[in-house]
Design a protein around this ligand. Structure first.
Ligand code: IPM
Ligand code: MG
Length: 370
């Protein structure tokens, strides 16, 4: 019987509320399958600043490193707006990504049939949508040095962020993109700004070379990132796998979330390189939505992205693809039955809170395996 050691980091805002619904799913699978889940909970983000004065303690990082998978909630909120930049809540999450070298961020944007009307786009544009955004997660503007604000002699300030990529960083994310495409629609769009940025020029060259050398069977398209943002709302179904750098990926994935109906719907997996012995990568799973301080504590947040993120953990870290499919089907079924949290509410549907949505999904899982 396989044992899976999971580190839960609920974080701030709605994080703990949606994580409680993952706990529910874990408890259910623990009962119904041969797998055993061992969970531990740690602080990351504002909650850790409040308790320890830092968004991530070394002890929490060590636990993250040792876990089979980290299930993450969300970090940040107005409460910590005045905290020093280096120890702001987000720095905890960024440190885990960097220290564990979780360079490949998979952000699937799927439009469940029942939600085709909930998108701000027309039904025919999004119905059946299935895009995989692959965001480079440990390089680029997020981590490039120098990154500073300096005061000039004339009293003005000068702020600098640096975008950096090396050949090998681009090669490894390109390979992940092509490997993923081979298991899907065999098409990759690579987005950059080669018309303005040196990193865009190198990105374009390296992706082209990897493609030519190793993946001639996959279709490759280069697209400028701004045009990509436009095409995502003009004709989103043209995309299969979309690969881009850290900053463009941050923005394009939020945009794509709205195609799926709500930011509350999109899960993500952040993966490192596969372990040479087990073939399993270090991994962190998190919804792409934030801590939503405006609705935190009200019990109305949509837990679907968090539950679907746990589903991705089953698929990529626990070797439990069948159970991952079960979660996806249960989410689709629950939506089909009319359950809606506020963010995806539609006329004549059944408006529920976080807990009821989690309960309904587990009930549907139970029905599906009966
Ligand atoms: C995301 C978030 C993070 C990011 C924040 C919380 C640092 O927006 O995962 O998309 O910018 O990467
Ligand atoms: Mg983001």
């Amino acid at each position: 019987m396989a044992t899976h050691n999971l580190l839960l980091m609920p974080g701030d805002g709605i994080g703990p509320e949606v994580m409680a619904e993952v706990d529910r799913v874990i408890a259910f699978l623990g009962k119904k399958t041969a797998a055993e889940f061992r969970t531990e909970t740690e602080l990351c983000g504002g909650c850790s600043i409040d308790k320890h004065g830092t968004p991530l303690t070394d002890a929490a990082l060590a636990k993250a490193r040792a876990a089979d998978a980290i299930i993450f909630g969300s970090v940040g909120g107005p409460k910590w707006d005045k905290v020093a930049y280096d120890i702001r809540p987000e720095a905890g999450l960024l440190r885990i990504r960097k220290e564990l070298d979780l360079f490949a961020n998979l952000r699937p944007a799927i439009c469940y049939p029942a939600l085709a009307e909930a998108s701000s786009l027309k039904r025919e544009l999004v119905e059946g949508l299935d895009i995989l955004i692959l965001r480079e997660l440990t390089g680029g503007t997020y981590f490039g040095e120098p990154k500073e604000i300096v005061t000039l002699e004339n009293g003005q300030k000068r702020a600098v962020d640096t975008t950096v990529y090396t050949t090998s960083e681009i090669e490894r994310i390109a390979r992940v993109a092509f490997d993923l495409a081979r298991k899907r629609g065999k098409k990759v769009h690579s987005a950059e700004k080669r018309n303005v940025m040196r990193t865009g020029v190198l990105w374009n060259q390296v992706v082209t070379e990897v493609h030519k050398r190793e993946y001639p069977d996959v279709e490759l398209h280069h697209i400028l990132a701004d045009a990509c943002a436009m095409q995502l709302v003009r004709n989103p179904k043209q995309f299969d796998v979309l690969v881009c750098d850290n900053l463009f990926g941050d923005m394009l994935s939020d945009e794509a979330a709205m195609l799926a109906g709500s930011l509350g719907m999109l899960p993500s997996a952040s993966l490192g390189a596969p372990d040479p012995k087990t073939g399993i990568p270090k991994a962190l799973y998190e919804p792409i939505h934030g801590s939503a301080p405006d609705i935190a504590g009200q019990g109305v947040a949509n837990p679907i992205a968090e539950i679907a993120s746990f589903g991705m953990a089953l698929r990529y870290s626990c070797n439990m693809a069948k159970e991952a499919d079960l979660i996806d089907k249960a989410i689709a079924g629950t939506l089909e039955q009319g359950y809606r949290t506020a963010d995806i509410m539609q006329p004549n549907m059944r408006r529920v809170g976080t807990t009821e949505m989690g309960q309904a999904i587990v009930k549907e899982m139970e029905r599906l395996i009966a």
